[in-house]
Design a protein around this ligand. Structure first.
Ligand code: AMP
Length: 420
């Protein structure tokens, strides 16, 4: 072991498990690519103020969980704890919303950082695939994003996930609800920090996981009973579109999520095999966020799906992804001439699209065959001086153990045929 270890709350992705991780990332993004979302990549850090304003001064993410730093020039930066604020910042800065084609649909994938108490499924460095549809208020857009997430999970073979759905109202109806909720909460027996939360963001008290708090929340006023006509109709349309698409959901009146920017549609995907860190993804509508960070009114909706937890959910369900073989053909040269010949063959195979590897480091036959088997290759190409003198290499099927000579100039075609 080296002197150093990965920092607390982080882990390395190493082969072969990393291949699953990569495949999950690709599967989560695939439905978005088919639905007109363009790829966006923003920096790993932003001005701290963007998250303070965008994610919300009262959220755990901003108050407790950001990795912040001051540059030598005195600029306050934070490693990104989430994607939405950055992507919206980028869309505004690059005037994507002025190109006349709203909504601007973007997807992204990358690392996010939160200073959290690490446990299984909760890390300080984790990975998300996200999507944002910026600049349109249309229940079909909310439904589209939810359906794309469901399709992504299903394409991986996940079954035991549930979709929780709620509406948080808008600037018309939320203030009155907020006041009613505050009145209710102020009368409860709560600690000082929660009391402060009542004044800053009372909705988040509903999300408190502690049993002693939840017990007191029975009878709390619910947003559902305070939605204005427009929000009610909007939410009903989202629900109808989901139902028509065969997407099952559970209405969850207390789903508020940990970020301040959400309005109307809010949703979360939970997986029942994950214990306490059960949220595999979530999102919602954020109609006021653009104005909060200095942009024009741009009603928008988006989600982020956690890659790490999706991998854990697959493990919990015992789903093994069918991944393309890392190596299909492994070449084992015996002697100098064979090294040159097989090395050229391997290059040629790779150029033909075959995943091929080579016994590097001058290994003897026994060791090289061990490596061939460990590589997972289906075929080995073995050649010594006598084979080359006869113009052939030995093609060995590592599954059946059968071996036969193949003419040098026919090897690539023969392997192509056998590998289909
Ligand atoms: P959020 O922005 O908190 O809604 O996060 C969206 C998704 O990212 C969650 O549903 C999780 O799957 C994942 N996620 C958030 N925080 C973490 C973390 N600390 N470790 C691993 N995954 C996370």
């Amino acid at each position: 072991m080296s002197t150093f270890q990965a920092p607390k709350g982080t882990y390395d992705l190493i082969p072969p498990a990393s291949a699953t991780y990569l495949a999950v990332r690709e599967a989560l993004a695939a439905p978005l690519r088919r639905a007109g979302y363009g790829y966006v990549e923003t920096p790993g850090f932003e001005h701290t103020e963007l998250f303070a304003r965008g994610v919300g001064e009262s959220t755990d993410i901003v108050t407790k969980e950001m990795f912040t730093l001051t540059t030598k020039g005195g600029t306050e930066l934070a490693l990104r704890p989430e994607g939405t604020a950055s992507v919206l910042r980028s869309a505004l800065e690059n005037s994507l919303h002025k190109l006349g084609n709203l909504p601007v649909k973007l997807w992204y994938s990358g690392s996010y950082y939160r200073y959290e108490r690490p446990q299984k499924g909760r890390y300080r460095h984790f990975s998300q695939v996200g999507a944002e549809a910026i600049g349109a208020e249309d229940p079909a857009l909310d439904a589209e994003l939810i359906i794309l997430a469901v399709d992504a999970y299903k394409s991986l073979g996940l079954r035991n996930f549930r979709l929780l759905l709620n509406s948080l109202g808008d600037k018309e109806c939320r203030p009155a609800y907020r006041a009613a909720l505050q009145d209710f909460l102020r009368a409860l027996d709560l600690d000082d920090e929660t009391r402060r939360r009542i004044e800053i963001n009372p909705l988040r008290v509903l999300d408190d996981k502690r049993a002693e708090v939840q017990k007191q929340l029975t009878g709390a006023p619910l947003m559902r009973d305070h939605l204005c006509e427009a929000c009610k109709a909007y939410h009903e349309q989202v629900r109808e579109l989901l139902t028509a698409a065969g997407v099952a959901f559970e209405d969850d009146d207390k789903l508020v999520r940990g970020l301040d920017y959400y309005t109307r549609t809010t949703f979360e995907f939970v997986h029942d095999g994950l214990g306490s860190q059960s949220a595999v993804g979530g999102g919602g509508r954020y109609d006021g966020l653009s104005e909060m960070i200095g942009g024009p009114a741009l009603p928008s909706v988006g989600w982020a799906l956690g890659v790490d937890r999706t991998v854990l959910a697959l493990e919990a369900e015992g789903v093994e992804l069918e991944l393309p073989a890392a190596t299909q053909v492994y070449a084992v040269p015996l002697g100098e001439e064979a090294r040159r010949t097989l090395f050229s063959l391997v290059t040629e195979l790779r150029r033909e699209g075959v995943a091929a590897d080579f016994a590097f480091g001058g290994k003897g036959l026994k060791n090289a065959m061990k490596s061939a088997n460990r590589s997972g290759a289906r075929f080995a190409l073995v050649a010594g001086e006598r084979d080359l003198a006869g113009g052939v290499v030995q093609l060995k099927d590592l599954e059946s153990g059968e071996q036969s000579p193949v003419a040098l100039d026919a090897v690539v075609a023969e392997l192509g045929r056998r590998l289909g």
